[in-house]
Each structure stands twice: as C-alpha cells, then as structure tokens.
Design a protein around this ligand. Structure first.
Ligand SMILES: [Zn+2]
Ligand SMILES: [Zn+2]
Length: 442
C-alpha cells in the first residue's frame, strides 16, 4: 500500500476529457493524483492508494458511483476518504442520496476550474486547518476569451450626422450635433468622407496613430461639409499627407474654396500654417482605387455640383449620399411611384449606381409637411426617400443629415414613420438613424 499523502486525490471519472481537465487543474495546484476509469477501479484504488479525497463521478461503468460510495462507507471509518461527487445528474434525488451516503459535497457538471478548486481547497482546509492550502494557479491569459472589435470585414464610423449647421443642447444628445463626416475602415486602412464639424473629433482620433496618407472625399463644398477642416488636427501635423477630392465647381477650384475659408477675415490660421502635405483633386472619370478600396461617385440632385460616393471593399459595398433631392416636387404616396414612373427618369443613373449596395447611408431630411415648403432646397422627404430605397433594393439603410430643428424625440417619431412606410411598400430593409459616433459593419 502506498503511503498516504496529505493531499492525494483519486479522480474516478470514465470520461477521458473530463479526467484530463480535472488532472490539469489539480496538478497545477500541487495535488498528487491517482486516476480510475470505472467504479471497480475506483473502489480498488480507494483502498490501496490511500487518497484523502475521491472525486467521484456517478454514471461509471461496472459499479455506479452511488454503489461505490455505499461500499466505501462499509469500510472501517478511519479508511474512508472524503468524497466529492461530481455529476451532471444533479437532481434532488441524487444530491440527497450522495449526501446521505457520506459525500461532503456535490459539484454539478459542467463546472469551471475555479469551482472545482474551491470545492477541493474547501475540503482540505476543513480537514487539515494547519496545512498551508495550495494556492489556485493564476488564470492563464490564454484561458480568457477576449473578443475584440475587428475591422477585417470593413466598418464605417459616422462622426457627424447633422445637416446645415451644428447643434447642441439636451434635445440633441442622442443623435449628436456635428455636421457631416464619416470614415470607412478596412483592416488598418481608412478613407474619409466630408469635413463637416464632425471631422474635428475624427482628426483627434487619428493623432494616436502614426502620420499617414489620408484620402478625404468631399460630396460638395457647402458649409456643412467643409466647415470642420480648419479644425482637422492632422492638417497641422507634419508627416500627414492629405489628398482632398471633390466634384469640380464652376465658380472656384477646390483649393481656393478651402483656402478661402481659412482667409484671415474668418480664421486666425491660414493654409500656409498647415504642416501636412495637402493636395486638392477634382474628381475625374467615375472611380478611383485606393489600396483595397474602390471609390466611385455619381451626381445627386442638390444645388451646386454634388456627388454621392460608393465604397467597395472586401466584397462588400457602402454608399454615402447625404444630400440629394429625390423625386423633386413629388408630394404623393411612394406606392404610386413604380419603376416605370416618369418621375424616376432623372434619377436613373443614381438608382443604377446605388442598386444592390449592402448599406446605403442616405438622407431623409424633411417630413412631407416640411417638404411642401422646402421643395428645391436639395433634400428629400421621408416618403420620397423610402421610394428610393425601394428602387435601389438596398439591404440596410442608415439615415443621416438630420435637420438641425429635429430633436431626438422628433427624430424617433420620424424613424417610426419611416419604418411604417417601408413596410407599406413591402420592402422593409433594416433602417436606423445615424448618430455621431455610430459604428457599423459593412
Ligand atoms: Zn449638407
Ligand atoms: Zn448642400
């Protein structure tokens, strides 16, 4: 007979993986282990190996765990080891029977290694209060499941979702008040869109990384899409290269427009003070490839040259169209606008451009009542935007470019109405309101 050790444990368990798991945990905690694969072997080893503790499975081959317990109990009491029953059969009946037959505790399967150690250490502390109890090993870092947000499939982040002018105050907390700005991220790379006031926070976020070459696509040069650029920190940081793209404007070239808003009359710092390398490009052709990204564009219906962009990356697509007056002047129901409607002919190219995108970020700035008074302002009513969604077949729609007078509560009611209209059209894609800081996946 082996000399009984003070911390010898017999593991009676027919499942090899379970026995391996318990062995790893208890060995690491410094216990001396003996293994048994069935009830008979357990009984034999309990009598010959002199364990202090038996960890006893119930449903074992040859002799059931409760019978093992019964027979151990019939041995002289000084030879009876402590018994911890561990079983998935944790019904009231089995738990009571195990306790009546002398088990000191019952551990339900499955259990964590902390639960197992707590039971075992509890037993030894109670039986040998003078013995230093083995310390549970620290959790190995590799054992902790730590899911991380990944941009490997492509993601977008909205930094500004307000149209016209920034807003603030308690009514705008949920959606935010910055004007248009967005980034699309794929793996470690990003492309930026619009430089409304939201680009200030976007710029600050980029300072934590190394200076790099940024590509900034502007839909058009209205204030709410460029006013954040004087506050875009990378523009003042040596090492950054920034290429700006926008559709050609008949009045002024792109550089003059950006230089103009940095005129001394408007701003204390001029473009010469920006230490990044800036390059201004007018959009030419229909698309550009930048690393893994393919960026294409199409004109929208909005005062002065304005485009919407489509980004294709990693087999997915996103379109960004913050300013577009779809179905200009139409005040009827979207159900009346079939694909062959004359109203759609001026939008044919845009519909084709947006067809089948995975995610469409498009405005729906006005309620129909508001639109009645704002026809020709360059923005779409809720119901006309729903007609556009129907004809593009977009699977997901994020609404942006919220009107500055629409507070959070109003926008929630407007979103509910949008969902109802889409359902009525029989084309309910996922629809939600964009908000500043919103991150989504492509
Ligand atoms: Zn705008
Ligand atoms: Zn505009």
């Amino acid at each position: 007979m082996t000399a009984p050790g003070p911390r010898r444990i017999l593991i009676a368990e027919d499942s090899r993986s379970m026995a391996d798991f318990m062995s790893r945990v208890l060995e690491a905690a410094g216990f001396d282990l003996v293994l048994a694969r069935d009830g008979q072997e357990c009984l034999d080893k309990a009598r010959t190996a002199g364990p202090d503790l038996v960890i006893l499975d119930l449903m074992m081959p040859k002799i059931h765990g409760l019978d093992v317990l019964k027979q151990l109990r019939a041995d002289p009491p000084e030879h009876m080891p402590g018994v911890l029953v561990c079983s998935a059969k944790d019904f009231k009946t089995e738990v009571e029977q195990a306790r009546e037959l002398g088990a000191f505790s019952f551990l339900s399967k499955p259990f964590s290694h902390q639960e197992l150690l707590a039971e075992v250490l509890g037993f030894f502390t109670a039986r040998h209060p003078g013995l230093p109890s083995p310390h549970p090993p620290p959790l190995a870092a590799a054992e902790v499941f730590r899911p991380q947000l990944s941009t490997d499939l492509g993601a977008f982040r909205l930094w500004g979702t307000r149209g016209s002018i920034p807003v603030s105050g308690p009514g705008f907390v949920r959606h935010g008040g910055n004007t248009s700005s967005m980034e699309v991220i794929y793996k470690q790379h990003r492309i930026l869109f619009d430089a409304g006031s939201g680009i200030r926070d976007l710029g600050l976020s980029l300072l934590s990384g190394r200076p790099c070459h940024l590509h900034l696509f502007i839909t058009h040069t209205h204030w709410d899409h460029i006013q954040g650029f004087p506050f875009f920190a990378p523009a003042f940081t040596p090492g950054f290269e920034i290429t700006l793209y926008a559709p050609p404007n008949t009045d002024k070239d792109l550089e003059s427009i950006f230089r103009g808003q940095l005129d001394r009359a408007y701003f204390p710092v001029q473009m010469e003070d920006m230490q990044a390398q800036l390059e201004f490009r007018h959009l030419q052709g229909t698309a550009l490839e930048i690393g893994d990204f393919r960026v294409s564009w199409e004109y929208t219906l909005h005062p002065s040259p304005t485009v919407g962009y489509k980004v294709e990356v990693g087999g997915r697509s996103l379109a960004y169209v913050p300013d577009n007056e779809f179905l200009k002047g139409y005040l009827g129901s979207p159900t009346q606008v079939g694909r062959d409607s004359q109203l759609l002919t001026i939008h044919d190219r845009l519909i084709e451009f947006l067809s089948g995108v995975d995610l469409l970020i498009h405005e729906a700035q006005y309620t129909n009542e508001e639109y009645l008074k704002k026809i020709g302002w360059g923005h779409t009513s809720v119901s006309n935007a729903c007609a556009l969604i129907r004809h593009t077949g977009a699977r997901r729609w994020v609404i942006t470019h919220h009107d500055p007078v629409h507070d959070d509560e109003f926008l929630q009611r407007k979103l509910n109405l949008t969902q109802q209209l889409l359902a009525d059209l029989g084309c309910p894609p996922e629809v939600e309101h964009g908000h500043d800081g919103m991150v989504g996946y492509l």
